[in-house]
Design a protein. Structure first.
Length: 230
């Protein structure tokens, strides 16, 4: 899971991703030091940056001590912060009725990911392929994966389990600044085999992907969730 931290204040609204409670605190502290107001002082003079950071970190801990539930919102030194927990591979979609009677599917967080279907069920089934196509394009261009926004009441779509494992491998390689040749050397395989491991259309085995992730110092955890009633 990952978290979305949203700040709303007179300075406007900003959003950041965080992978843990400690990262949430770091995000909030950095933002408070730059934009927060209302830091307490005895004589009313502005606090030095170091003192602002100390005060911000002490207050930001409030965002960690009551995990979960989510979402939750707290106001700290004039800024309102909302923390939401999201699945980093689950993307919200917008469904629109097209002029020809079909249902259009748009991924607001994934530029270029758009498809359609005869009805909502058909459109959402096609949406998986549209999502994987654009995520694969980003992988080929060596770009970061787009972060999903909070879904709210919108329907969501995620890649298949096999494609998700491949995306995890791609992200693990980027974290280590590895190229395909580096992974091939670590696994003792031909670079073409790494190409197939990163191809969302190729039917790699889970065991192969587990070994590749382990070479990157990662392990994939799988969990089952209740489906929403239709």
């Amino acid at each position: 899971m990952t978290f979305i931290v949203t700040r709303r204040s007179e300075a406007g609204e900003d959003r950041w991703n965080a992978a843990s409670s400690s990262e949430i605190i770091d995000v909030v502290v950095r933002d408070l030091v730059e934009t927060g107001s209302g830091f307490p002082t005895e004589d009313g003079s502005p606090l030095a940056r170091q003192d602002r950071e100390y005060a911000a970190r002490a207050a930001a801990v409030l965002l960690r001590v009551d995990f979960p539930p989510f979402p939750k919102t707290k106001t700290i030194y004039g800024n309102s912060y909302t923390v939401e927990e999201i699945d980093r591979f689950t993307y919200p979609v917008e469904l629109k009725h097209d002029d020809n009677g079909t249902i259009l599917v748009i991924f607001p967080d994934v530029p270029g990911a758009i498809t359609f279907g005869e009805d909502e069920k058909d459109a959402l089934e096609h949406a998986v392929d549209a999502l994987e196509t654009m995520l694969l394009a980003r992988m080929l261009d060596r770009k970061d994966m787009p972060a999903p926004s909070p879904a709210g009441e919108r329907p969501t779509v995620r890649p298949t389990l096999l494609a998700t494992l491949k995306i995890m491998l791609y992200q693990a390689m980027r974290e280590r600044r590895w190229r395909k040749a580096d992974l091939a050397r670590a696994l003792g395989v031909n670079p073409r085999q790494v190409d197939r491991l990163l191809d969302l259309r190729h039917a790699s085995t889970v065991r192969q992907l587990e070994q590749a992730l382990a070479a990157c110092g990662k392990r994939a955890d799988v969990s089952a969730h209740e489906l929403k009633a239709a």
